[in-house]
Write a new protein. Structure first.
Lengths: 184, 214
């Protein structure tokens, strides 16, 4: 498919998602994830393990910052700017880390990664989720991972419905912040 | 967590998103910060006596107010664009450059036309020691507010975005300070006002990468 068609379709889905259409937003994120994976895999060929982590980090960042996208702007430019920003962040952190220790053995990288694992995220988002306070973690776990409604979750946790919504929102931001810290 | 799970989790948060979020956030920040800067000026310095008359009679009084105001507007546009990923600031920088060039040309002209004996007075005035720092002080509320606003947005070029926030703050700070400042000589403005406005820009460029990571 030509990039202009992808742009048009994704743009349409994203704009509908921004208006509150969850199905369109879901489709958008799924396709966006696939494009990000290809984009990042091509640029991070030296670190296949990092690709899926970075895809997730980009998706989370784009979700949290989706209010900075305006429909008249080319979507490609917005997505590219964020993906590039997150990738440079990662490379900078790696450079800083790898400056700290001497490469012990040049043959080491041969065994470092196997391709079957490339599809799995190395950094465990679920584990990070555990580190969030209950008021953020429980709404995410119940509403999302267990597929309950906001009202059910409110009953279950004794929180108000708006507290559940706020909890999810803040929790996702906190998760993004934690991802950033793990990367550096 | 698999990426598909994350996608499902995020998709469930598909509430409607506010339109023009960057512009609105910044405008609110300005609305909150400008009165503070104005209050700092009133409390610490006071309006210049004869201000209204001077704005009508003395062209330089008007230049002193409007050149910084133009810089502030250009700074606002630049910040608003740099707050959104993939949006280049484009010609906003012209709006910063042109008023500075205007101040410099007026300053050079006045300097060249003045007899040598009067030149030091035109350059140093009576308040050169405090001018630049006073402008930076007036700029501080807007500086803080615009950096806070940027933290809730998504600047992918933090140094540039910080500098733009500094520019916005400089322009408003200098315009507010101009309501007090008694100096009317173009060479004075060309040196001390520009220096006073450069300080917050430099501070913003330095702070940007440190404060605006996301």
């Amino acid at each position: 498919m030509a990039t202009s068609e992808v742009e048009a379709e994704l743009h349409d889905l994203f704009v509908r998602g921004q208006a509150g259409d969850a199905a369109a937003y879901h489709a958008f994120l799924r396709r966006l994830g696939a494009h990000l994976r290809a984009f990042l895999a091509r640029r991070l060929f030296g670190w296949p393990d990092e690709v899926e982590d970075l895809v997730q980090e980009c998706l989370l960042a784009m979700h949290n910052q989706r209010h900075t996208y305006q429909p008249e702007q080319p979507l490609t430019a917005w997505v590219h700017a964020i993906a590039r920003y997150k990738m440079i962040d990662l490379l900078r952190a790696k450079a800083a880390r790898e400056d700290l220790h001497e490469p012990l053995d040049d043959e080491l990288p041969v065994f470092a990664a196997s391709l079957e694992e490339a599809g799995d995220a190395r950094r465990d988002l679920a584990g990070l989720l555990e580190t969030l306070p209950d008021r953020h973690r429980l709404p995410i776990v119940h509403v999302k991972l267990e597929g309950r409604s906001v009202a059910e979750t409110a009953q279950l946790t004794g929180m108000s419905e708006s507290a559940v919504k706020v909890g999810i929102h803040r929790g996702l931001k906190a998760l993004a912040a934690k991802l950033g810290k793990v990367a550096t | 967590m698999k990426t598909d799970d994350l996608v499902a989790l995020l998709a469930a948060q598909a509430q409607p998103v506010p339109r023009q979020a960057a512009r609105r956030t910044l405008a609110l920040a300005m609305l909150a910060a400008l009165p503070v800067s104005f209050a700092l000026m009133l409390a610490g310095y006071g309006l210049r006596p004869g201000l209204a008359a001077s704005l009508v009679q003395q062209p330089m009084a008007l230049v002193k107010l409007l050149a910084p105001a133009a810089i502030a507007i250009a700074g606002f546009l630049a910040v608003e664009r740099l707050a959104r990923p993939g949006v280049p600031p484009r010609r906003a920088w012209l709006g910063v450059l042109l008023p500075v060039l205007l101040l410099w040309s007026l300053g050079l002209l006045a300097w060249a036309e003045a007899p040598a004996a009067e030149r030091p007075e035109l350059l140093w005035g009576r308040t050169w020691r405090t001018c630049a720092l006073s402008i930076s002080w007036m700029a501080l509320p807007v500086f803080v507010a615009s950096l806070l606003a940027l933290r809730s947005l998504a600047p992918t070029r933090p140094a540039l975005a910080g500098a733009a926030a500094g520019t916005l703050a400089s322009g408003t700070g200098a315009a507010v300070y101009a309501l007090h400042c008694p100096e009317m000589a173009a060479p004075f403005l060309a040196v001390w006002y520009v220096l006073g406005m450069a300080l917050p820009v430099a501070a913003g460029a330095w702070l940007g990468p440190r404060l605006l990571r996301w």
